[in-house]
Design a protein around this ligand. Structure first.
Ligand SMILES: [Fe+2]
Length: 281
């Protein structure tokens, strides 16, 4: 029987590891939808809204020939969660606006109890005008928030949702975005690029900002989570939950990929966020 010495076995393993990692990164992981669940306490949240759930999808970078199944899985996963609200935080396309029609067919199937909103990503803005995306999404029943806010009325209780324009060569306007929202009311703000958090919170406390843009780095060092590749406007807040003062930020890894269709130790993500009015003991 063929037998390897210990040294040969180790050498074989070391030689095989990069190949296995490459197979995972290019062929397996970009299609592996993961669900991240997190509770976030918003001290100003009315007690009636304790337990309010938000599904966040970001950075779809939709490519119909490759992403149809992943997108179908993501929509089914959102609907299975029976969430209160859905937030779409930009980069629906990469550079081809022709993918919007098949993507909208997926997005039209999203279900929630109290609505859905979307905001612009930089790739969207680099591909076509804000007005174009607003029109197409609005027609599909998905309001676009660009430097503006809206009120959700949940059984008589108000929750403010806001969204900025994309940051990278766009025209974000924090003052317009937050206009009219009382400072003692909680606000959830959609901003595609996470590093804009510091600008937003210089205007007022941001109870929760939802962002994407970084793809979590797309390839991370396993176990330690370090993401070597940084993207402009996503260098300070790459992935996950951050708190500064009274402001909080969640950055999603997003669903799709830009550049090469590769992910490593950084699976596509559907984030399910549960809002709490006080920490659970
Ligand atoms: Fe982006």
């Amino acid at each position: 029987m063929f037998k390897l010495s210990r040294r040969q076995a180790i050498n074989t393993l070391l030689a095989a590891t990069p190949i296995a990692a490459a197979i995972d990164a290019f062929l397996i992981e970009p299609d592996l939808l993961s669900i991240t669940r997190r509770e976030i306490t918003l001290p100003k949240l009315p007690a009636e809204l304790d337990g309010f759930t938000i599904a966040q999808l970001s950075d779809l970078h939709y490519k119909p020939e490759k992403d149809h199944e992943l997108m179908s899985k993501a929509v089914a996963a959102v609907n299975a969660e029976n969430v209160d609200f859905i937030a779409l935080t930009g980069d629906y396309v990469t550079d081809d606006v022709g993918v919007i029609s098949p993507l909208i067919e997926h997005l039209k199937q999203l279900q929630s109890k109290h609505g859905i909103v979307a905001t612009m990503g930089n790739h969207d803005g680099w591909t076509h005008s804000n007005g174009y995306f607003r029109k197409i999404f609005s027609k599909a029943g998905i309001p676009f928030l660009i430097n503006q806010n809206t009120e959700l009325n949940i059984n008589g209780t108000t929750l403010h949702i806001a969204g900025t324009d994309y940051v990278w060569l766009g025209s974000p306007d924090p003052t317009a975005t937050l206009k009219g929202i009382p400072t003692d009311s909680p606000v959830i703000v959609l901003v595609h690029e996470p590093d804009y958090f510091d600008t937003m919170r210089s205007v007022r406390d941001i109870d929760l900002q939802l962002s994407g843009h970084t793809h979590g780095g797309q390839c991370r060092v396993p176990f330690i989570g370090y993401a070597p590749v940084k993207v402009k406007h996503g260098e300070n807040y790459v992935y996950g939950y951050y708190k500064k003062g009274n402001s909080q930020l969640f950055v999603s890894r997003g669903l799709g990929t830009s550049g090469m269709r590769v992910r490593f130790a950084c699976k596509p993500e559907l984030a399910i966020l549960t809002l709490r009015s006080s920490p659970r003991t």
